[in-house]
Ligand binder design. Structure first.
Ligand code: BJW
Ligand code: ZN
Length: 254
């Protein structure tokens, strides 16, 4: 592991890898959207500082207290709706001019797509989509930020839930498999803004490692993954990713 701080230059090793790379993957978490004003889950500023994740992000909690869980998602939908992509999302888009790029994201905020990334695997779903727990009908036109209305219901009477992956639920199989396939074939694989504690998503960068990818971490602080990465850049993704994109352009003489 090699560690760098926010002002460290992009290493010659990484530039060499990027000069030769064909496929470049990005595995992202809440930290990539932090500078868009979307709170992360864990840590001092995290959404779950005062609340245990399993109290809200699981199916039983929803069925026990649908109004509370629904209110939490309405609150977050509003934040996501009012937010926009930041420099980190945009830097990842820019890489598409240089490499075959795929983004595997744990985020449900849709910001990679809104920034313009063309291939995005949504491992934990998408907060802008909803479906009925009884009949499965999609309800993607829910009014955002509707206050004190309680959990929304389908015409069939069933509760409407966000199309996100809660604890104990399976990840969307095709998204996960495609993300694994790309990781296995990637030449360079970036892990950006994630604590890397939630599985099975966190296995994906390991698949990239087994496949021989050069692993690069970008995070404001060290994680378990720092021991595995070839290089870790510690600083804000919105500052470091544009510098990596610039180094990539330089390495490719663009
Ligand atoms: C910055 C920054 C800046 C800040 N710049 N960086 C194997 C081992 C152990 C446990 C398990 C296992 N396999 C399965 C499990 C159980 C469980 C699990 O992983 N538990 C562990 C937490 C202990 N996994 C599951 O239940 C999964 N399902 C499953 O396994 O199905 C099979 C099964 C079926 C039936 C029975 C049993 C098993 C599903 C997991 C679903 C996770 N869902 C959530 C909620 C989604 C909906 C919603 O958004 O509300 O997904 S949990 C939450 O965590 C969310 C995130 O996507 C996910 C990851 O969090 P992330 O993105 O890493 O955020 P943070 O906040 O943790 O970290 C932010 C990072 O950014 C930090 O490092 C900061 O430093 C950094 N940062 N600002 C750069 N500006
Ligand atoms: Zn229904």
């Amino acid at each position: 592991m090699k560690t760098k701080n926010a002002s460290s230059p992009i290493s010659d090793d990484l530039k060499r890898r990027l000069a030769d790379a064909r496929r470049v993957g990005f595995f992202t978490g809440a930290g990539v959207s932090a500078e868009s004003g979307i709170p992360t889950f864990r840590g001092d500023q995290g959404l779950w500082k005062r609340m245990k994740p399993e109290e809200l992000a699981n199916f039983d909690a929803f069925m026990r207290n649908p109004d509370l869980v629904w209110e939490w998602y309405q609150y977050r939908r509003k934040i996501v709706h009012d937010a926009g992509p930041n420099a980190a999302h945009r830097a990842i888009v820019e890489m598409e001019a240089l490499f075959e790029v795929e983004v595997a994201t744990q985020n449900v905020d849709n910001l990679h797509r809104r920034a313009g990334s063309t291939t995005v695997r949504e491992l934990h779903g998408n907060i802008e989509r909803n479906y009925c727990v009884e009949c499965g009908t999609r309800h993607d036109d829910i009014e955002i930020g509707e206050k004190d209305a309680g959990a929304a219901r389908c015409a069939c009477g069933g509760l409407i839930r966000p199309d996100v992956v809660w604890f104990g639920e399976m990840l969307p199989q095709s998204e996960f498999t495609r993300a694994e396939d790309f990781a296995a074939r990637a030449d360079v694989y970036f892990v950006v803004g994630t604590s890397m504690v939630v599985y099975p998503a966190a296995y994906i960068p390991n698949t990239a490692r087994v496949g021989g990818a050069y692993l690069v971490e970008v995070n404001v602080e060290p994680t378990e993954f720092s021991r595995v990465a070839a290089e870790s850049y510690f600083g804000k993704a919105g500052e470091i990713m544009p510098r990596i994109a610039a180094a990539a352009r330089e390495a490719r003489n663009v």
